[in-house]
Ligand binder design. Sequence first.
Ligand code: NAP
Length: 244
Amino acid sequence: MNFHNQVVVVTGGTRGIGAALSTAFIDAGATVIATYAGNDDRAQTFKATLEEGERLHLKKFDVSKKDQVDLFWKEVDQEYEQIHVLVNNAGIRKDNILASLDEQSWDDVLDINLKGTYLMCQGAVLKMMKSRYGRIVNMSSIGGILGLAGQSNYAASKAGQIALAKTLSKEVGKRGITVNCVLPGFIETELISDLPEAQVKEYKSQVPMKRFGKPSEVADAVLFLSSDKASYITGATVEVSGGL
Ligand code: NAP
């Protein structure tokens, strides 16, 4: 897959799955705008590790804050003629069983995972509609269709990303823009590094492939959906979950 002369926005593009996405897009020839929330050290270290780091442009802002997202798209308008791909990858989890889930944990997860996706999509489609081309991929989760005890806020946000993608795909299809979702299962990143060892063992035993996935395995699916090869795929969900 060839992304030469393409500009790709990856939110949360400096760590975990996002870093794998940024790396894969750069390896395929793209210029990548990787956004992050606040971890400057990790963002700079990631850039330094890339062989072609000059094609990684970093932007720091909170995807859940409309004023910050608006400013990002204003800067993008000034600095880049066209945006070809947006991957809504930034996400958090704040787990608890619903009976004990506090309102702040509900709001934080919905704001970053779902409202952030809405805000980022809005800026992207306004730009993509002008060029009549675009690829949007939401990093949802298998949790969005299966549910996992202790993740009502997270699962709701991830199901919302799927519904948003299906709806938006119908609104922008005629403008040459596709909108799809990738649904990872358990992927080895810091997001799930707090899971107790016993729970990791239990979850791995539930995965038909008997292992957690790697960020690069998620990136492969995202690059396909972002490429010319996926020109007639929109409103779709692709599971990268080892069979969950
Ligand atoms: P991660 O390692 O925790 O990285 C999260 C990234 O998102 C970081 O770059 C972080 O920036 C950024 N971010 C967090 N809050 C943000 C905000 N408010 N505004 C902008 N950026 C923000 O997570 P991951 O495991 O790679 O997960 C990436 C995506 O995949 C998430 O949407 C997650 O829900 C989804 N997913 C992951 C798994 C899994 O098992 N890992 C499974 C299914 C789905 P900073 O570095 O500045 O904090």
